[in-house]
Design a protein around this ligand. Sequence first.
Ligand code: SF4
Length: 317
Amino acid sequence: MSWDVLPLVDATDDRPLIERRAVLRGGFYEIQARTMIERVPQSAGIAQRWAVSPYRGCAHACRGCGARAGHRRLGLDAGRDFDTRIVVKPNAVARLRVELGRWGGEPVAVGVSGDCYQEAERTYRLMPGIVAALAQAGVPFTVYTKSPLVLRDAGVLARAGAQVAVSIAFVDERIRRVVEPGAVGAQARLELVSSLVEAGVDCRVLMAPVLPLLSDAADQLEATVRRIAAAGATAVEPVVLRLPSGTRAWYGEWLARAHPHLVERYEELYDRAGLPSAGYEQRIIGQIGQLCRRYGMRAGPVAPEPREPGFPQLTVV
Ligand code: SF4
């Protein structure tokens, strides 16, 4: 969203920008989006350059979420506010249709600034309209999620030729409970993969973020890839934790509390931009690639099939 083009506001009003601009309804901040197709920050580590996000902020509350800094532009903090103050764009579908009218067809990611199937989607039901708009425009797209709510739209996603990437970085519940406290557990996500595959959805796994020194041991990677393959996924895209501005402070604060002995090693591993050292990243990606081959899956980003505009005639209910 282009917050920088919002009109001037009352300079004497010192409430956060979001509270001056949004309507607070049912615990969500509703705001009219002016731009739906946004550039993906390079630090995100995913293949697409453009993204559509009906929600900003995410109740899944992942410690290492790379989208946290977006909340600062709203006058909120990148920590607890990102997890609890969720911004909704009720005009997302109408606005997206306008932008797709002049879109060149480059693939887009859906759900980068906040999981597009988090709890807010139960109330707002924006995704069926977004899926239909992208499919009818012939734009290849990948929906990123950790939420079983995506199953509600399995039929429409399958007919649209959408790709769904379910995030499963590790299968150790002790880690998951502390770093992804608002998301369902790994077993539920593995079952979600199986259900999506059964429903005919082009489903793969985003193995992200691999947490240095916490979830990157050879046996942890092996267990994760093995169970992903057993769930029926055919492709895995691994991404090592990135620590851009906003994420770095929130994750670092937790790391210092929970694993103080690792702080120095993280400082050695990450550069000022929050990227892990190339040597470390390549080693982890290489290990996961080998495991994927062992278990008969592709590794790395797999582009969704391009579609003819207008395909298919979707009925959104
Ligand atoms: S589910 Fe995705 S968008 Fe939501 S907090 Fe986790 S990493 Fe961020």
